[in-house]
Design a protein around this ligand. Sequence first.
Ligand SMILES: [Zn+2]
Length: 276
Amino acid sequence: MNTSAATKNNDIRVIRAQNLACTHGFSTRTGGVSEGVYASLNLGLNRGDNPDKVKENWQLFASAVGLIKDGEEAMFVSTQQVHGNRVAYVTEKDLSIAQDGFQIKETDGLVTDKPKVALTVWTADCHPVLLHDPQAHVIAALHCGWKSTVADIMKCGIAEMTKLGADPSRIRVAIGPGIRKCCFETHDEVPRAIDELIGADVAKQIGAYELTNKKTGQYHCDLAAVIACRLEQLGIPSFSIETLGECTCCHPKTYYSHRVSKGGDRGSLASIIRMD
Ligand SMILES: [Zn+2]
């Protein structure tokens, strides 16, 4: 490794939840080696960035998270996300390195009860959601854009965790940085799907969406609130749910934002969780 990596490492800002008692972190875009639209800590494996730089960024991020020590290679389970609700059970056999690309196909959630298996989620406006039952030793990572959310990936994730001995009353959750209500403008298909997921009365109660332009029929939706509400409906206590970070769209210098990038020319944030 060169010295620039060590220097850059100091600029890396990893966001951590207070309520997750295992190795984990949400990335931001500072402190990496990528350039241009990918500047600088791009962790996306298929964004068109230089693969060597992505690999180096992964080393920097994994080391900042505490996943690896000097000389070790960052190993994690990677998924090809499709905005669905499939949650896959994985073990150490599924670990790979950044250059291997996406290993688990068409999957937006991962669950494991094995130590040393790092689960990942890629985002740039969608919410990454990390879950941990410290007693059953079960973790999960979910990619929650609006489509996966209304397809109830939370329910699929908790069902998989429960199969491994987890109990919703013990599961702790961190909802990572994503697009917030200030910027998440949609047409009425999103509010309608939210109503179906959590119930129209509940949606109203928590301010899940708001009609902000009667002329164009546009709404602003609070996806983080919907995810938290659904997790509560599934039995996770509200005090075990933590929502972190700022709006990715309002803070494009700190986060990659799909909406800000317009054409999708951008890097990706990554979130990671592992039991040791
Ligand atoms: Zn915003």
